[in-house]
Write a protein that binds this ligand. Structure first.
Ligand code: ADP
Ligand code: MG
Length: 296
């Protein structure tokens, strides 16, 4: 009934509730080393990502940007334990993700990872509150009362207190995406992966969504990775990885952002609202440590 996406949320019905042991670690929370993944064979073979290495820490919001077809979604899928690479490895919380068994992988996703996609992936028959409750009941074995309390708390924080009895068809695009984010954060994930989460939203709703994702990094100490081609998200990011033709654009692949007036998504709202088609905000708010990176 629930389809393959339900396995990401809940695991298989027979899966044990305990996650694999987490090894004490040093270094980045999430690390990809020399990752390689292709599609097709023979003349149609395409290398979606080639020798990509990168690392990310907790409490950080990372953006993965680049033109369409540059390999962003493939890299996100490989890093998020969804797509097996042909070469290289992914280390998360000290574990070598792609050396896990299928069962361990399933438990790792269930325990530590949340996913937010452009298409929301909500269950049509469930109310907003039930979308969150089912994650807690099936995923964590929560009792009815605890699941209800936690779901209501998160939906309230997302400004959806009055809409929690509505089903997806009765919600706007922005509200649906907020429910999807609620479902992602109700389980307190170590990692939140989002692929183009704002691309179907107008700017105001998109801004809310990105502030929420930023909050997951700050308040839940999660590692957040967002694939986007929307440069208006830059003020909310700690680090930006740029992809081109399956490779990271700079040697270490990333540009670290220093926000001169504090983090906009955390401490203060952006000083100006910009229209959907307006250019990227520039000026004193952002100071870029790497000169080769341009905001325009
Ligand atoms: P992006 O997210 O940056 O648009 P993708 O990671 O989706 O890029 O795709 C990178 C390249 O890999 C593209 O050339 C795309 O056509 C190819 N690709 C991605 N997924 C598949 C697939 N399932 N089958 C065949 N080719 C794919
Ligand atoms: Mg993509």
């Amino acid at each position: 009934m629930l389809g393959p996406f339900s396995r990401l949320l809940f695991g298989s019905p027979t899966a044990p509730t305990a996650a694999p042991a987490v090894v004490v670690r040093t270094g980045p929370t999430l690390e990809g080393v020399e990752l390689l993944r292709s599609f097709g064979s023979g003349e149609t073979k395409t290398y979606a990502i080639q020798n990509v290495s990168l690392g990310m820490d907790r409490c950080q919001m990372n953006l993965l940007m680049g033109p369409s077809g540059s390999g962003k979604s493939t890299l996100l899928a490989v890093l998020s334990a969804l797509l097996r690479p042909e070469g290289g490895h992914v280390r998360a919380l000290g574990q070598d993700v792609w050396r896990m068994s299928e069962r361990e992988l399933e438990m790792f996703r269930l325990r530590h990872c949340s996913y937010v996609f452009q298409g929301y992936n909500l269950f049509p028959a469930l109310t907003a509150r039930q979308q969150l409750e089912i994650v807690l009941k099936w995923g964590e074995g929560c009792g009815v009362r605890e699941a209800k309390t936690r779901a209501e708390k998160v939906l309230g924080q997302l400004g959806l207190a009055k809409k929690m009895h509505l089903r997806p068809a009765q919600l706007s695009g922005g509200e649906k995406q907020r429910v999807a984010i609620g479902r992602a954060l109700v389980k307190n994930p170590s990692f939140l992966f989002a692929d183009e989460p704002t691309s179907a939203l107008d700017w105001e709703n998109g801004q809310q969504v990105i502030e929420l994702l930023n909050g997951v990094a700050r308040q839940q100490s999660a590692t957040v990775l967002v694939v986007t081609h929307d440069h208006r998200l830059l003020p909310y990011a700690d680090r930006v990885f740029e992809m081109a033709d399956g490779k990271l654009a700079t040697a270490d692949g990333c540009v670290e952002l220093t926000h001169a007036t504090g983090h906009p998504g955390h401490h203060a709202p952006p000083p100006q609202k910009f229209e959907h088609s307006a250019p990227v905000p520039t000026g004193p708010r952002l100071r870029l440590q790497e000169p080769q990176f341009s905001l325009t």
